[in-house]
Design a protein around this ligand. Sequence first.
Ligand code: ADP
Ligand code: MG
Length: 728
Amino acid sequence: MSTLRFQALKETFNRKPVKIKETKRRSELFGNNVFNETVMRQFLTKEAYQNIIDANKSGLKISRVVADHISTGMKEWAISKGVTHYTHWFQPLTGSTAEKHDAFFETIGDGLAIEKFGGTQLVQQEPDASSFPHGGIRNTFEARGYTAWDPTSPAFIYGTTLCIPTVYVSYTGEALDYKTPLLRALQSVDQAATAVAKYFDKNVNKVNVTLGWEQEYFLIDSALYLSRPDLQLSGRTLLGHSPAKGQQLDDHYFGSIPSRALAYMRDLEIECMLLGIPVKTRHNEVAPNQFELAPIFEECNLAVDHNSLLMDLMDKVAERHNFKVLFHEKPFAGINGSGKHNNWSLSTNTGINLLSPGTTPMKNLQFLTFFINTIKALHDNEELVRATIASASNDHRLGANEAPPAIISAFIGSQLTEVLNELEKVTDGKLSPQEKTDLKLNVVGKIPEILLDNTDRNRTSPFAFTGNKFEFRAVGSTANCADPMMVLNTIVAKQLTDFKKSVDALVKDKNMKKDDAIFNILRDYIKKSKKIRFEGDGYSDAWQDEAKKRGLSNNKTTPGALKAQVSKKTIALYEEMGVMNKREIEARHEIELEDYSMRIQIEGRVLGDIARNHVIPTAIRYQNILIENVRGLKEIFTTDFENHSKEQLKIIKEISEHIEHIHFDINAMIEERKKANIIEDSEKRAFAYCEKVKPYFETIRYHCDKLELVVDDELWPLTKYRELLFTR
Ligand code: ADP
Ligand code: MG
């Protein structure tokens, strides 16, 4: 009997939900471990406090002297809560978070020691981090990278460590992390959007990006997880036959949450509260053992940090519940994968959501301005937007039957489509007073009413307008939101900058009124960006054909999709908006290609090992049992034994055939890997892995899965899909 699988199953049968005690209200817990404004007032001098607030509001620099005050206050607060260490917490391009803990503790001679944390230690650190990916930016002679404090995201306590959110840059100032370019993009969209918002309200002097992510994930019992080497090493199952029952009955979605999972969620939520992550929603997702969690939206940089922190927290809390969280976009074939919808909007310092229709025609013109500019930005940069969500793991999800396709398009709903159709008819040049009144009353003025009914939400769209925000749905569940957010905010910044230039030019050169000019430019944008709008079924074959006719890109795999990251157009865009320079762009591209090849390489190795060491020996063992059986039958029945062993003989043959195929394909795959590995150029290597190595995964899997169906269940060593998915 296959021991590991059955031991693991036995272990899971005895699990009980962990008891969670909630003695305090969630609101009382909220932010208890965050160095937030309330705590700052308590632990900082008035001057230091004001300085941080100003730095947040207007990007003002914090001086070293003030930094010393702040660090002392932070240290006192942290020590009062039992903290012993501090760390610069950052997000290197590996996709997870990084931390190196240092103790406050320092000796001062004569056998004495104190707790110390100076301004310098707060502001800047030099982690010995030469092993983080840098895409060639840090050659050995400049191997130093340093982390620098980001005062716009508050410090927090995690365990017994004070964590200080930081950026991570090379000695020459180039970004080596996710946060640096994101902060630059946010600054750039702030500038561009503020300038445009001033057309409508002079009091606007800052525009913040808001982000509300929705995190999907699978929860698998840790013992079962450990019984699957593919899950352990690659995050997804590389083989496994579909269970008789999957998600077709839709009986999991929004159903009652299984009690062990619920205990986990409550535990996690309490930890989130302490860290100031405002999680609000939890529910079952479509696939069995799949769930979702979403917070109240926040300022983008903070929301990004919170999502990274959450993913780490989810892993840690899961240990206490004997669960393993699967973040992979497609851990199981044949059922839904996981995404991370990024709900995105722009909000002014005066408290207005720029993507929310208002109560007056003027406010609605403002709404339409930002709405149409976003669509235009998407239209002009669809390939770059596709590139930002490309990864080896998301390739399995995009275009599979439940997820958005690899074609980028925008869904806006039928009512807004009508509004844009009306606006498209606006006169070229100056508008007559009558036309303007008519527009304002009957088109622009009607938006709030009709939007209330914007319920025909299209789940197949990668980028959908959902009433007061855009929902970027194609983002994968493992992604760091910083990357898609950097791209989206950069392209919108560029678009709004161009818009402002065009409107100003009409006002100045053509002597137009401001709103005439706005209507004119918007009309032009609606026409020019039409091909990116699609309201139909994104899964359909018809859309694939239609998109091709429209000239939209359809890059189904990562190496192809990533090309857009380094096009002349992209480099010009990032440089113009001050988000990244050519070296930074190329380094990132290099890192992503490397990441892709390595992931496929690992999957190839793991699949080869499992097929050879687990599947084939098991199949042979079963085959021997059958052979023994046939021998016995021959002994008993002598002459017509074949009549009695027909089925057995068939299976014996079948097993041999599958084994032969598996061996053949593994050998062929290894040959292709060898060829790929000696390719110097990282793009060509990624293509080789994609086009030459990866196709073997499917054929190898096919034969392994067929063997799973014939081999005695008692012998099968790998925990089966039905056990992974339906054990609660
Ligand atoms: P659903 O889309 O499931 O109906 P909601 O519309 O309430 O639910 O919100 C979904 C997600 O969108 C939540 O994470 C929420 O925080 C986020 N969200 C709502 N409004 C905004 C906004 N103005 N900016 C960014 N995110 C938002
Ligand atoms: Mg969802």
